[in-house]
Every structure is written in structure tokens, then in C-alpha cells.
Design a protein around this ligand. Structure first.
Ligand code: NAD
Length: 497
């Protein structure tokens, strides 16, 4: 039984949609009028909720021209000024939290409570970089021979292309825009065509906060490949920051090479979730619920392979499956809903296919396993146990509410299996033994490890992966450096009499 939307939440979200003219945003103005558009669907109903202008490479090049010019003026502003503008944007985002959350839920599907959480998290990147903008980062050191003084400082990299995915429509945008602006850069944002609406409202908020026209441009399009090719070939663009799948990341890395662009790549994950015999069972189950079901399992850090030690495996499977079976599924606008739809029909088919393939190869479904009868794209919270290595689910990023659990016997086996993937974004380790926690965490080949907790995202932390999960970091002090070039000045120094 699916929970239906609350009429008042539905009406409020419609008001937000009606007020937002879904055009492109170039030089601070909305471009709409007589243009080709594409539909944005609500995944809870599969019905279109808005039509957005389908931007072209020429639109994107117009944006590059204005971004380049306004970026030069912005780079010359004081860090105090940039910080003040970002602080104002943060305050407006918090003020407009409900409107932003309603929009996120309508276009992406996550429950309203989670969407509100995303707004807080996304706005926090803006506040964090309002603060980081002011941190001095230059150094001064003597050269080894003593005759030079070496001074370093950081300069904005210039005009940046930012490409974001659909799963966190607001947070993935602010995690890039805020450090770019703090560093003194200008941006062209290309949001996912499945969820372009939140980005348009975010750009509007930055403008209300005093960001000059042309500094943030948003190009919505169904032809991301043509747009990125045109923009990255323009010599005025110096950086591409991408969050999305590894295959697209590879294409962009190749495209970045002719102009030697600075790149940040936040790519796919395949997170192992390790539970050792000595783990606190309640904490492990609680962590598993967050690591698996946050964002409906559609997060790059989602626990993808549960590896549980033999002594605790039965108890973990029982407790986790029981909790999964009680999850309230429905339209994200309904009160009390914990799990919304997956993003589209393709994602729903993938969940169906992965479960059917695992079962055909000998796995057992403990709870869930089916798509729900609905016009929208809902899949039951599902636990599958003992899928063999040959099953597709054992090595594919699920990106849905399906958990696959298998057993291990020794610590060494757990580490080897956890690392047996080309991906290296995040991992989770549950144990009460501090020595084990650090030994295992240090041997895992991932950029991030959650120790006794199922969440690694934090604005103050360097978020990012190793291996095929990407290059560079977002958040923390490191996130600002992604938008800066190091400059060094050699100062000749002689003793005076
Ligand atoms: P995707 O790669 O299909 O799309 C991401 C973005 O790239 C979208 O805006 C899309 O329009 C654009 N795009 C697609 N083809 C392009 C091309 N040829 N040139 C330029 N842009 C192009 O990924 P998705 O389905 O939107 O997102 C899911 C993937 O993102 C998962 O693999 C997930 O793990 C990953 N992800 C990673 C992180 C991270 O921080 N590491 C965060 C969220 C999602």
C-alpha cells in the first residue's frame, strides 16, 4: 500500500513550480519564450510537472562569454565581499528551505523530510565556503641556499563548467558553486536533465544574495555531450568539475586533455559495508539503514555490498530485514513516508533485473523483491542473501533500495573482498575493537570510511574517491583548492650591510 501525497504539500509544491519560470539562466536573465523544451517528470506519478528550455551549445557559449567577463571582475573583489555574498545566499536558502525541499521532492522523489535535510546540507556548503573564503592560504619559506624567499599564494582558476547528477539536485550544485565563488571563479552549471528545476531556483537565490549577473549561468539541456564538447573546447574555460557515472567521467577526462583543463571527478561507487562479529548489532543495523536507504539507495556512497562475519550474520540479516520490511513507502509528499520512488523506469528495471538474476543464481530474497503496483516508479525495500560472485548484483552499483548480504570468515578475507572492485569511493566498518577498526580502515582502498556509522558526508570533510571513483575532493579546505591555482614568487634576497 503506497502512501499518497498530502493535498496541502501538493498545492504548496505546485505554487513553487508555477512561480519558477523554467528557462535557462544566462547573464542573470531567464531565457525562455519560443524555444524547444523538454519535460521534467515527478517519479512518484510518472507525470510531467514542468517543461524546461532545451539549451544548445550556442547558449552555452553565450554563457561562457558572460561568465568569462564577469569572472574577471569577481576575481578582483575582496574575499570579505565574496564571503558576505555567500553568507547572504546561505541565509536565503534557509529562509526558503520549504520551497526548495518541495521542489527537490517533486522532481527527484525523495521524501520531504529527506529533501529538507538536503537543503540544510546543501546550504551548509555555502556557509562553509563563506567561512573558508577568508582563510589565508599563502606561505613563505626560504630557499635551501638562503638567497631567495619563496612566496606562495592561490589564484582563482577561472571560468568553470560544473556538471551535476540528479540524485542530490541541490547539494551537488552548491558543493561546486560555493567553493568556485569563494575562490573567485565564475561558473556554467549543467544540471541533470531529470532534475533541472532546483538548480534554477538555487541560481535565483544566489542572484538575490548579490551575485553579479553572469557569474552563475545555468544551461538546461537534453544534449549534455554536445554542450560539454563545445564548452570544454573554448579556451576561456579552465576547469571542469563533474559528479556522475564513471563512463561519462572518462569521456570528460579525455575531452579535458586538449586544453589541459583542471578536473574534479566525483564518480561511481561500490561501497562495502563490513560487520564484524564483535560489532554492536543495533548500531550496525541503524548504520545499514542509513547507508542503504538514504536517498532511496540512490547515492554514490550507498552501501552496495554487505559483508557480514559468520558469527553475527544470522542475527544481522534478521534484524536488518525486519527493519527494512517496516519501511513506509510512498509519495515523498505524504507525511511519514521513509522511502520514495526510484528516479525513472530504467532504474526500476535495474532493481527488478538485479534481484531476478541473483535469485536465478541461487540467492534468497528475505524481504521485498518486487516493484509496487503504481503509476510511479517504486521498488520495495529488499534484502537478498548469499548471491554468488557470478551474480550481477555482486559487482554492480545498485542505485536502488536493494541490499545484498554475503558472509565472510576472516578479517583478511573481508578486506580482500571489499577491495576487489575497480571503485574506491566509500566503505563502512562496524566493530567494537579500535585496533581492528583502524587496521581495516587503513587497508581499505577507498577515499572515505565510516567507522561505526553509515554516513560519511560532511561539509567539513574532503569528499571523494580513489581508483575509478574519481579525482579531487569536494568539501573541507580541499574543496576550495580545486578551484585555485598555486602561484609562487621567487624573491631575490641579499644581505644588506
Ligand atoms: P550520469 O553520468 O549519467 O550523469 C551525470 C551528469 O552528466 C548529468 O548532468 C548528465 O546529463 C551529464 N552527462 C551525461 N553524459 C554526458 C556527456 N557525454 N558529457 C557531459 N555530460 C554528460 O550519472 P547519473 O545517472 O546522473 O548519476 C549517477 C551516478 O553518479 C552514479 O554512478 C553515482 O555513483 C554517481 N555519483 C557520484 C557522486 C560522487 O560524489 N562521487 C555523487 C553522486 C552521484
Amino acid at each position: 500500500m503506497l502512501d499518497q501525497p498530502d493535498p496541502s504539500a501538493l498545492a504548496a509544491s505546485q505554487r513553487v513550480l508555477d512561480e519558477l519560470v523554467p528557462g535557462l539562466r544566462i547573464a542573470g536573465a531567464l531565457v525562455s519564450g519560443d524555444r524547444n523544451t523538454f519535460a521534467v517528470a515527478d517519479p512518484a506519478t510518472a507525470q510531467p510537472i514542468a517543461a524546461v528550455v532545451d539549451g544548445t551549445p550556442d547558449d552555452a557559449l553565450d554563457a561562457v562569454a558572460v561568465a568569462y567577463e564577469s569572472g574577471r571582475a569577481w576575481a578582483a573583489t575582496s574575499t570579505r565581499h565574496r564571503s558576505d555574498v555567500l553568507h547572504r545566499a546561505y541565509a536565503i536558502m534557509i529562509e526558503q528551505r520549504e520551497a526548495l525541499a518541495l521542489l527537490i521532492t517533486r522532481e527527484m522523489g525523495k521524501p520531504l523530510a529527506e529533501a529538507r535535510g538536503e537543503v540544510t546540507y546543501a546550504a551548509d556548503y555555502v556557509r562553509w565556503y563563506a567561512e573558508e573564503a577568508l582563510r589565508p592560504s599563502g606561505t613563505s619559506r626560504p630557499g635551501p641556499e638562503g638567497d631567495v624567499r619563496l612566496l606562495t599564494s592561490r589564484a582563482p582558476v577561472g571560468t568553470c563548467l560544473l556538471i551535476t547528477p540528479w540524485n542530490f539536485p541541490m547539494a551537488m550544485a552548491t558543493r561546486k558553486i560555493a567553493p568556485a565563488l569563494a575562490a573567485g571563479c565564475s561558473v556554467i552549471l549543467k544540471p541533470a536533465d531529470l532534475t533541472p528545476l532546483t538548480s534554477l531556483l538555487v541560481a535565483d537565490i544566489f542572484q538575490q544574495a548579490g551575485v553579479p549577473d553572469g557569474l552563475i549561468n545555468v544551461i538546461t539541456t537534453t544534449d549534455a555531450a554536445a554542450l560539454s564538447r563545445a564548452v570544454m573546447a573554448d579556451p576561456r574555460v579552465r576547469k571542469v568539475s563533474f559528479t556522475g557515472s564513471t563512463p561519462v567521467g572518462r569521456t570528460l577526462l579525455a575531452q579535458a586533455s586538449p586544453n589541459v583543463l583542471k578536473t574534479s571527478m566525483e564518480l561511481g561507487g561500490n561501497a562495502p559495508f563490513l560487520v564484524f562479529d564483535d560489532a554492536d548489532l543495533d548500531r550496525a543495523v541503524e548504520g545499514a539503514m542509513v547507508a542503504k536507504l538514504r536517498n532511496g539507495g540512490q547515492s554514490c556512497t550507498a552501501a552496495n555490498r554487505f559483508l557480514v562475519q559468520e558469527g553475527i550474520a544470522d542475527a544481522f540479516v534478521e534484524a536488518f530485514s525486519e527493519r527494512m520490511s517496516r519501511v513506509v513507502v510512498g509519495n515523498g509528499l505524504a507525511a511519514g513516508v521513509e522511502l520514495g520512488p526510484v528516479i525513472d523506469e530504467r532504474a526500476l528495471d535495474k532493481c527488478r533485473r538485479l534481484v531476478a538474476d541473483a535469485v536465478a543464481r541461487g540467492a534468497r530474497v528475505v524481504t521485498g523483491g518486487h516493484a509496487l503496483e503504481s503509476e510511479g516508479w517504486f521498488f520495495e525495500p529488499t534484502v537478498v542473501v548469499d548471491a554468488p560472485d557470478s551474480a550481477e548484483i555482486a559487482h554492480t552499483e545498485v542505485f536502488g533500495p536493494v541490499a545484498s548480504i554475503s558472509r565472510f570468515s576472516t578479517q583478511g578475507e573481508a578486506i580482500d573482498r571489499a577491495n576487489d572492485t575497480p571503485f574506491g569511493l566509500s566503505a563502512y566498518v562496524f566493530t567494537r575493537d579500535l585496533d581492528r577498526a583502524f587496521t581495516v580502515a587503513e587497508r581499505l582502498e577507498t577515499g572515505m570510511v565510516g567507522l561505526n556509522q553509515g554516513l560519511v558526508s560532511n561539509v567539513a570533510a574532503p569528499f571523494g574517491g580513489t581508483k575509478h571513483s574519481g579525482l579531487g575532493r569536494e568539501g573541507g579546505a580541499e574543496g576550495l583548492e580545486e578551484y585555485q591555482d598555486v602561484r609562487y614568487f621567487a624573491l631575490n634576497r641579499r644581505e644588506t650591510a
